[in-house]
Design a protein around this ligand. Structure first.
Ligand code: UD1
Ligand code: PEP
Length: 467
């Protein structure tokens, strides 16, 4: 079981570059199933466990994928299966995004029900309602859902009961080659939806209105492969912005797009954090003292649920009472119990968490219960006194590429220990780490680079050749 070890108390300084957005690249890779001719070349694909997973799912369906650094080239000319294997789907909910494109392309799809996860039950009824409205017959059995349609899907008017990101994406992909016009009402408006629409349109689709609550898709006969660069990851960017602020540092988050981070920037400014945004990124510098603020998560353009846990960590460092209300997922406060182990004073009342901030945090052994909970614990650890050991690092690897190397390069005292490795005794650690940044930073960075390099080799094994 690997661990991330953080010794708190060092302000972060320097520049960190944001990678391509996990939540964009996953639907975009799924959409490559629709390319009946040509190759799709996707740039700025981050080396994340979720990316490996979806590539494995695509590979099992017959897509040939080749990764070179952050570029993935995919060919989906001949599919060999309409069934996404349970073993792969259970690892990652987003595998469900292959359902729309596969149904459109093959007229038949079978996929395991993704089930709930740590943050909530996460039903898929809105995805299925959309497919049904487009003429698909849906059946359930043995933990799987099957959809089939005679001939092409038909355009339909679909109202989503909740502005679901995944349902909007799945229906958009299914509708791209349907017969006639599909309208999605109460569609999700996230930047990742716009990125997917841009990708589909480049492939030859006719998607209009992405980024608004009403999306209109005029079905076309065929789509072809194209080249596309994924948008920067706004949640990764937001996480480094929090890390900068909580550590009392000054960090330029290169690639961060101010317009994608509106509510995060607004709340940071309300707290008194310094923000300078330009066309290439966002500089975040901490002023003290921070002010307590209230935050309520909402679908985009509201405050993102994926930033709630990290923001809560920052509120722990802000004297006064803050209230965080989570409205998107019903169980997204798992990090609270872990933060309490570090001395956090947080009370949960239904969907609200009441935070009494400004109390000292101390390092402790904690567990990442989900992806953003893990990132939040690392943020809290940067401000804590002493050593924090974060387990459950596989969750963090789903969404953050080389978080340890990136934070270490900014001057954090952070490292990753493999299975069975122990935290060095304080005296030894102090001697080894005394003159940060260079002495500690370089070996840490090297280790991270080696890890990424071996990940890339593993990725190449997914499909070594293109036909
Ligand atoms: C891979 C990806 O992009 N993941 C993001 C995506 O997840 P995901 O697409 O799964 O999230 P949704 O927008 O679908 O979920 C939002 C809410 O709608 C509910 N719901 C959803 C679908 C449905 O058919 N029925 C239903 O009731 C969910 O339970 C949840 O309460 O958006 C979430 C909300 O911004 C983010 O936290 C995730 O990081
Ligand atoms: C909840 C998240 O992702 P997923 O939908 O893939 O679980 C996330 O990115 O915070």
């Amino acid at each position: 079981m690997s661990k991330i070890i953080v010794r708190g108390g060092r302000p972060l300084n320097g520049t960190v570059r944001v990678h391509g957005a996990k939540n964009s690249v996953l639907p975009i890779l799924a959409a490559t199933l629709l390319a009946e001719e040509g190759s799709c070349v996707i740039d700025d694909v981050p080396a994340l466990d979720d990316v490996y997973n979806i590539l494995e799912v695509l590979s099992a369906l017959g897509v040939q994928a080749l990764r070179h650094e952050s570029r993935v080239t995919l060919r989906a000319h001949r599919l060999i299966s309409h069934e996404a294997p349970y073993e792969l789907v259970r690892k990652m909910r987003a595998s469900f995004l292959v359902m729309g494109p596969l149904l459109a392309r093959e007229g038949l799809v079978k996929i395991s029900l993704p089930g709930g996860c740590a943050i909530g039950t996460r039903p898929i009824d809105q995805h299925l309602k959309g497919f049904e409205a487009m003429g698909a017959e849906i059946g359930f059995g043995q933990g799987s859902v099957e959809a089939k349609v005679n001939g092409r899907l038909r355009g339909a008017r679909i109202y989503l009961d909740v502005a679901s990101v995944g349902a909007t994406e799945n229906i958009m992909m299914a509708a791209a080659t349907a017969d006639g016009v599909t309208t999605i009402e109460n569609a999700a408006k996230e930047p990742e939806i716009v990125d997917l629409a841009n990708f589909l349109n480049a492939m030859g689709a006719k998607v209009r209105g992405a980024g608004t609550g009403i999306i209109r898709i005029e079905g076309v006969e065929r789509l072809k492969g194209v080249r596309h660069t994924v948008i920067p990851d706004r949640v990764e960017a937001g996480t480094y912005m929090i890390a900068a602020a909580i550590s009392g540092g000054d960090v330029y988050v290169e690639g961060a797009i101010r317009d994608h981070l509106g509510p995060v920037v607004a709340k940071l400014e309300e707290m008194g954090v310094g923000i300078d945004a330009d066309d290439s990124g966002i500089r975040v510098y901490a002023n003290r003292p921070l002010k307590a603020v209230d935050v309520k998560t909402l679908p985009y353009p509201g405050f993102p649920t994926d930033m709630q846990a990290q923001f809560m960590a920052l509120l722990l460092a802000s004297p006064g009472t803050s209230i965080v209300t989570e409205t998107v997922f019903e169980n997204r406060f798992m990090h609270v119990e872990e933060m309490a182990k570090m001395g956090a004073d947080i009370k949960i009342e239904g969907r609200a968490a009441v935070i009494s901030g400004g109390k000292p945090l101390s390092g402790a052994p904690v567990c990442a219960t989900d992806l953003r909970a893990g990132a939040a614990l690392i943020c809290a650890a940067l401000a804590a006194e002493g050593i924090t050991e974060v387990t459950g690092t596989h969750h963090i690897d789903r969404g953050y590429m080389d978080i340890v190397g990136k934070l270490a390069a900014l001057g954090a005292d952070i490292s990753r220990l493999g299975d069975g490795e122990e935290v060095p005794a304080p005296a030894v650690a102090a001697a080894v780490q005394a003159p940060l940044p260079a002495a500690v930073r370089r070996p840490l960075q090297q280790a991270a680079e080696e890890r990424i390099a071996s990940d890339s080799v593993a990725m190449l094994r997914v499909q070594p050749t293109l036909a």
